[in-house]
Design a protein around this ligand. Sequence first.
Ligand code: AHR
Length: 656
Amino acid sequence: MDSREASLSTILCSLLLFCLGCKCIASELHATQTAVLKVDASPQLARQIPDTLFGIFFEEINHAGAGGIWAELVSNRGFEAGGPHTPSNIDPWSIIGDDSSVFVATDRTSCFSRNTVALRMEVLCDNCPAGGVGIYNPGFWGMNIEDGKTYNLVMYVKSPEYVELAVSLTSSDGSQNLASVTIPVSGASNWTKLEQKLVAQGTNRTSRLQITTNKKGVVWFDQVSLMPTDTYKGHGFRTELISMMLDLKPRFLRFPGGCFVEGEWLRNAFRWRESIGPWEERPGHFGDVWHYWTDDGLGYYEFLQLSEDLGAAPIWVFNNGISHNDEVDTAAIAPFVKDVLDSLEFARGSAESTWGSVRAAMGHPEPFPVKYVAIGNEDCGKKFYRGNYLKFYNAIREAYPDIQMISNCDASSTPLDHPADLYDFHVYTDSKTLFSMKNTFDKSSRNGPKAFVSEYAVWRSDAGRGSLLASLAEAAFLTGLEKNSDIVQMASYAPLFVNNNDQTWNPDAIVFNSWQQYGTPSYWMQTLFGDSSGAMIHPITITSSYSSSLAASAITWQDSENSFLRVKIVNFGSDPVSLTISLTGLQAPVNAVGSTATVLTSSNVMDENSFSNPNKVVPVKSQLPNAAEQTQVTLAPHSFSSFDLALAQSKLVAEM
Ligand code: AHR
């Protein structure tokens, strides 16, 4: 290189560095924007938000139920998952021993008529290896066995000759023993139900259940169940996951799907009738949309029980004779209508009624208050939807005039061509689109059925595996639903849960494995809307040259002691905002004591939570000592803030 070339390249390099430097400075130094948010809290302008506005949509997807909130630890407990033809795949069961010592195959000798497959185990060895031979089940990607906890084992066994079975909870390779019992089985030609408690002496998150013996001979097994004894209210639900649901303060529970209700094919759709009664007798089914087997331990009854335990109104989404690939002609839909009427009698009928008595026998003599049903899921465009819908609608209206019926057809911009109390609205989109959709219902008709936004989420690249960005757009969308809650009656995020070992759908609000769980930013965002159901909403105006990046709402709500004026505001932009909150029309002065700010933000808008860093993006609460009728706050870039201004009409003041 000569000296001319060298100086030219020096100049170019300097220019490049200068430009890069400018770019860095420009991207780091964001101008502070200003905004004024006025809230008119006059009672005459306030409107009550429906009690039902925010709830939960629970779908059996991503192993949310089986291997999820349903605490059963054995996967494929009845050996039915491989199908009715024998021999069948017994996965995830496997064998302890080898071909020379043990031979295991399914046959159809079960004592249960609706799930006839059982496991026949033939022990071939005279001098079996120490520890014996047998079978093990690794659960759903490992069983979480915890020191000191008690586990209930139930299994059905048949052995023509006396045999002693060693039942153990061990590490995944069998080397660590956490609990062990020997169960004697007297020789008989009948099936015997065996029950045993196992107390763990040690913790292992990926344990397995082993059943072994040293005795040559034949033993059959069926319906092998292992449940922890500390399930929520003893109802079989995983306590820590229920606790995360409760923190959302859900007012309704939509269940059990989603596409799970439809099936790829009708023969694989969810059938309520097959999912009730004693758990041992349930046939289970392969959910062909999300591609896994469920034993249906979490069945129709358990969903109703879950609604009750959450204090949430049950919303039963039933199959309307339509799957993704096949449909029942309206001319032949009558038995399906009868089937749904039976499901409603099961939930609501007296304990003396045909189906109500089945519910009572399961332990719930009082009816479950089903007030909402959805006639299918995402089927509006299907050939027989309207015809089938009307058959269900008319029959249910006649038998249960108070039940609110939800159509799959969107009436947000054009009226429905059929009667409905509510219409279903689903949206999965990018963050900018969802942010702008905060105005979607502004122009919707105020006269027709109400909207049920039963599935919403930001997805794909904007969402990652649950980003802050997604949660900000969703929060903005929800402020729009609050404002339009004269016609939007209910809303729920989707999907709610994912077992990290089977993420069929991404993103999801709550991520878990056998022993851990965390909320994505979208989960935490929803916790800041939990108090809105039933609260009073007030008109607001935002004045700012930056208003296109802001979305807000204002409500008055009460906890057990105090009233609060809550302003929620999303700053979707990358600039900080100096915000003045100005309140008029208040019935009580603002009290700085007890006023708080809760902020969901992070240094990078694509930040996510994870098992290793579950609290990276979570709401942070602080005092708001300057709270008054005019309050000055700063909104961080890319943030969602909830300001609770305590109103001095608190219990303390009222008592003075
Ligand atoms: O929430 C996941 C799926 O999205 C639901 O099953 C379905 O209703 C929608 O397509």
